[in-house]
Design a protein around this ligand. Sequence first.
Ligand SMILES: [Zn+2]
Length: 106
Amino acid sequence: MVQEEFEKRGNLKNKNINKSVFANKVICGDCGSVYTTKTWHSTSKYKRIIFQCSNKYKNKVRCSTPHFYEVELKEITLNAINDLIKDKDSIIENCNLIIKQSSTKR
Ligand SMILES: [Zn+2]
């Protein structure tokens, strides 16, 4: 699995695309394809990088899922994580304890 991950990352690096943590992790709810980045107005000062379904315009029926800016994905992800870990204070406390213990062992 580790080897597979290295190869995957190596391939991404070769293509020099999708450096965002969200690249290939967001799945389109309509067709199941991954979201990839797309650059809008690449030659002007209004250049924006958006995420959208990689097959949005390739499918017969166009996907109705929206595009996102990275800042929106960050906010959505953060909210979802915060919802999942309601008890995050004790998790952070435990993490700090582990960090403290592992640093005193050295
Ligand atoms: Zn789609």
